[in-house]
Ligand binder design. Structure first.
Ligand code: FAD
Ligand code: NAD
Length: 464
């Protein structure tokens, strides 16, 4: 290894970085991972996927009990109440266990954790705290952080980002969310379920950009039915402190009369941007694109040989599983193997109730490419969903009109996040809708709705 300290240095220990580091070590490469946070696991484990799901799960159970859903099933709970401290404690515990798990995996695989902020000194040399190391390959996996809203200071008391919204010490009377994307709807759902009035202010004319139009419209209806107020085509022009809370000034996105909304807590969730500040990319000969991301080729190589990049810091959906798959692939490419990620088949899931999931092309995108067939099946007609009192949603399958190959699958259902894996696998194997329709699905399961939607592509579902 000549005078290199490591074969591979990964910067950042999120789902992209820690997976890349472990895979590189498994492949026999001497590997280190630099991380400035006090614990490993990045955004996802510390302040993202995991703590949000801990609160989503607990708040859903609370809502089922408080709203009378459980009573309808014969489960009566007298004198129930919210113990928010306990809800937070189980969130913190979940994070602790999982971040500790990565530390264990690093030790097991002999990945050295270099603690501190990493900055390039040159294309193969990086300074982490007091230590300077040379590595033959460097993987940038520094992730992303919250996009600020110009003029709105996030001070984590009344005006918070997703991290602050995970830690609110009491249920706000009125939570106003700026941004009707994934974070806004997931964390908005958490606080609505435990008693907050929730208003979502969305700049565009519909929530959940990037998803299938019919899914966006139906989700909108469901969230409204649950009691969320959705202010579409509306922009926030000002957020001012007012007493213990804040006052937002909003107006139509296209311009028009302004009005004010009073809030106890304001959550800014208008997207995330790549983390490259403080990396001294220029010393490595690297630049960023207009969106502040590091451009890569098909193999995850940057414009500088020996420097690679993956995860939220590169273009593409900002999702943990996408980052993880890229982590495996980049390590395999560094080791001389062939690491590939099929970016056409990356599922995405919104973990609300019901869950909202999709993979592949939306109906709109597919139509632009050529003739298509669409099959739909409502969850109301699925025996298991009906029995469980979970009537909302549908499965929609978009297939190529000529070849019948599945191009996209969209699901709103309580178990959509789990069901979408089957669709992704079918698409990865190049399945047709007929392949799915003739696959035996266990009864009674929510997944039968996927089979029926596939049967509907050719107009022959059984249960509608
Ligand atoms: P990150 O996880 O952001 O990790 C990057 C790490 O690099 C950080 O720990 C950071 O401290 C470190 N770092 C940065 N710069 C340096 C430096 N110079 N030196 C040393 N260390 C550095 N995705 C999903 O797929 N499912 C979900 O359910 C989901 N829920 C989410 C909920 C929330 C509230 C948020 C905010 C995000 C959520 N995401 C979810 C998105 C997911 O967290 C990200 O896509 C994922 O974490 C990206 O992984 P990454 O490895 O690219 O970067
Ligand atoms: P997002 O891109 O999902 O949604 C942001 C929303 O804010 C959009 O609807 C956008 O139109 C709106 N917006 C932008 N500027 C606005 C403004 N000035 N006023 C009002 N609305 C405005 O971003 P997010 O919800 O912040 O999430 C960030 C990232 O984290 C996403 O890319 C997502 O993939 C990831 N994430 C994923 C999950 C999951 O997979 N379940 C959960 C949370 C976060």
């Amino acid at each position: 290894m000549a005078d290199y300290d490591f074969d591979v240095l990964v910067i950042g220990s999120g789902p992209g970085g820690y997976v890349a580091a472990i895979r590189a070590a498994q492949l026999g490469l001497k590997t280190a991972c630099a991380e400035s946070r006090a614990t490993l696991g990045g955004t996802c484990l510390n302040v993202g996927c995991i703590p949000s799901k801990a609160l989503l799960h607990a708040s859903e159970l609370f809502d089922e009990a408080a709203s009378g859903k459980l009573a309808k099933l014969g489960v009566k709970i007298d004198g129930m109440s919210l113990d928010l401290d306990a809800m937070h404690a189980q969130r913190i515990d979940a994070v602790k266990q999982l971040t500790g798990g990565i530390e264990y995996l690093f030790k097991k695989n002999k990945v050295e954790w270099l603690k501190g902020h990493a900055a390039f000194e040159s294309a193969d040399t990086v300074k982490i705290g007091d230590r300077t190391v040379r590595a033959k390959h460097i993987v940038i996996a520094t992730g992303s952080s919250v996009t600020p809203l110009p003029g709105v200071e996030i001070y984590q008391q009344v005006v918070v980002d997703s991290t602050g919204a995970l830690e609110l010490p009491k249920v706000p009377g009125h939570l106003v969310v700026i941004g009707g994307g994934v974070i806004g709807l997931e964390l908005g759902s958490v606080w609505r379920r435990v008693g907050a009035k929730v208003t979502v202010v969305e700049f565009l004319d519909q929530i959940l950009p990037g998803m299938d139009a019919e899914v966006r419209k139906e989700s909108n209806k469901i969230f409204k039915k649950q009691g969320m107020e959705l202010r579409l085509s509306t922009k926030v022009t000002k957020v001012e402190r007012s007493g213990e809370g804040a006052v937002l000034t909003v107006e139509p996105s296209a311009g028009g009369a302004a009005e004010t909304i009073e809030a106890d807590v304001v959550l800014v969730a208008i997207g995330r941007r790549a983390n490259t500040d403080g990396l001294a990319l220029d010393k490595a000969g690297l630049t960023v694109n207009k969106r502040g991301q590091i451009e890569i080729d098909h193999d995850f190589g940057t414009s500088v040989p020996g420097i690679w990049a993956i995860g939220d810091v590169v273009p593409g959906p900002m999702l943990a599983h996408k980052a993880e798959d890229e982590g495996i692939a980049v390590a395999e490419n560094i080791a001389g193997l062939t690491g590939i990620v099929n970016h056409d088949v990356i599922p995405s899931v919104v973990y609300t109730t019901p869950e909202i999931a999709g993979v592949g092309l939306t109906e709109e995108q597919a139509k632009e490419r050529g003739p298509i067939k669409v099959g739909k099946f409502p969850m109301l007609a699925n025996s298991r969903a009906k029995t469980n009192h979970e009537p909302d949603g549908f499965v929609k399958i978009v297939a190529d009109a000529d070849s019948d190959r599945v191009l996209g699958v969209w699901i709103i259902a309580t178990l959509a996040g789990t069901m979408i894996a089957q669709a992704a696998q079918a698409m990865e194997f190049g399945a047709t809708s007929e392949d799915i329709a003739y696959t035996c699905h266990a009864h009674p399961t929510h997944s039968e709705a996927i089979k029926e939607a596939a049967m509907a592509v050719t107009g022959k579902p059984i249960h509608i």
